[in-house]
Design a protein around this ligand. Structure first.
Ligand code: URA
Length: 429
């Protein structure tokens, strides 16, 4: 292990055998934290080549189980987002893509901190179950074309251990380490192809667009090395995505998108990701060909019907598509009036996410319970004109006193005479 640390410290390329040795040894408890910490820091400073990243990904993948989805006919396509506030894209995207005839086996996560989790949002629907057996998962994807569930089995235990160590050794924000961590879990989930939505901006992991591009290239590069077809989008996360932040509110917005009545920004992103998935799933030759197909399944209601079929298959109440009020409702709806006339120049995504979390819509620590009813419904976004006294947003709360939340939001929404237009989709990789 000392030689491996020394090689990386001196800028040499680690061999496949060296990478396997430390991943297997650390997972088995045979290599101590202090040696792996030193190696992680050497990787942080000296980075990794494409082949090292692929070898690290495969070593972490092989530390645990890999879902075998080969019994499901067709090219299975999944999507991964690096996470953001109001990012509910998976929820309308999976049914749209399934409606195109592409099987979508999605394994999603829960939220922690200011970003929400897809599984928590789905659980706002009465009865919806995210923990289902592997056999039922495969059957559901075969029968109706999609399922969104929590991780089953023992997925990449090496990543779990290494991630926990990175968290306490200031080595989380290393592109090769992030990319191999994400890809090991995605390959383990058994998908054939993958679309990646890499966020950039104040509310994202990668604040600078150039770092987001580097991460996207690293992710797609690993995909190429291991034979998984991948595409990436770089998208803006300076302000929340869509207008709804909060679990039941985001399900309602999902239904609106599937009815063709969703906010423009998230609708554009969902459609673009769906087109990429259509190309990866070999249903369309080009993005331009896919566009008409995606519009069609929204207009004719088949995408909404797929969403309803998934809800019902996973034990949820399918009436939610026409009666979203069957989800938990907040006691109080409190407006946040603009203090002046002008243009919305800033609406900090992470702070709006924190406001929703403080209302009870997210978790501050892992075991916190979620209040599905609460959250924030935006009426204005960056670039919109607003008049003094006009509502910027509605706070959905189960407590009457939201003074602290209001000041947090006022502090993070700027009204000015000029606003930089937001370019939602920055790049395609
Ligand atoms: N998400 C992951 O799964 N891994 C990382 O390293 C960072 C974000």
């Amino acid at each position: 292990m000392v030689d491996i640390i020394q090689n990386k410290r001196d800028g040499k390329t680690l061999t496949k055998a060296e990478i396997q040795f430390f991943v297997e040894g650390y997972t088995a408890g045979k290599i101590p934290d202090y040696q792996v910490s030193a190696l992680l820091m050497a990787i942080y400073f000296n980075s990794m080549t494409e082949s090292e990243r692929a070898n690290l990904t495969m070593a972490m993948l092989h530390s645990g189980d890999r879902l075998d989805l080969s019994s499901i006919p067709g090219i299975k396509v999944d999507k991964h987002s690096t996470g953001g506030v109001g990012d509910k894209t998976s929820l309308p995207l999976a049914p749209i893509v399934a409606a195109l005839g592409i099987p979508v086996p999605m394994i999603s996560g829960r939220g922690l901190g200011h970003t929400g989790g897809t599984l928590d949002k789905l659980e706002a629907i009465p009865g919806f179950k995210v923990e289902i057996s592997e056999a039922d998962f495969k059957k559901q994807v075969t029968d109706i074309g999609l399922a969104i569930i929590g991780a089953t089995g023992n997925i990449a235990p090496a990543d779990k251990k290494i991630y926990a160590l990175r968290d306490v050794t200031a080595t989380v924000d290393s592109i090769p380490l992030i990319a191999s961590s994400i890809m090991s879990k995605k390959i383990a989930s058994g998908t054939d192809a993958l679309v990646l939505d890499v966020k950039t901006g104040a509310g994202a992991f990668m604040k600078e667009e150039s770092s987001a591009v580097d991460l996207a290239n690293a992710l797609v590069g690993i995909g190429k090395q291991v034979g998984m077809d991948c595409m990436a989008i770089i998208s803006d996360m300076n302000q929340p995505l869509g207008n709804a932040v909060g679990n039941a509110l985001e399900i309602k917005e999902t239904i609106d998108i599937l009815k063709g009545q969703g906010p423009a920004d998230i609708t554009e992103l969902v459609k673009r990701l769906a087109c990429q998935m259509a190309v990866l799933g070999h249903k369309a030759a080009t993005i331009a060909d896919a566009q008409a197909m995606v519009d069609q399944v929204i207009t004719d209601g088949t995408a909404l019907a797929k969403f309803k079929a998934m809800v019902v298959a996973q034990g949820g109440n399918g009436d939610v598509v026409n009666q979203p009020e069957i989800m938990p409702q907040a006691k109080y709806k409190i407006e946040l009036p603009a203090k002046q006339n002008g243009l919305v120049a800033k609406m900090a995504a992470d702070e709006v996410g924190i406001a929703s979390m403080l209302l009870g819509g997210g978790r501050q620590s892992k075991d916190d319970k979620i209040d599905y009813a609460v959250g924030i419904q935006l009426h204005k976004k960056i670039g919109d004109q607003v008049a003094e006294g006009e509502s910027l947003l509605t706070i959905y709360s189960n407590t009457q006193n939201v003074d602290k939340i209001k000041s947090l939001l006022y502090d993070n929404i700027e009204i000015n005479h000029q606003a930089q237009p937001v370019q939602l989709i920055r790049k395609i990789i």
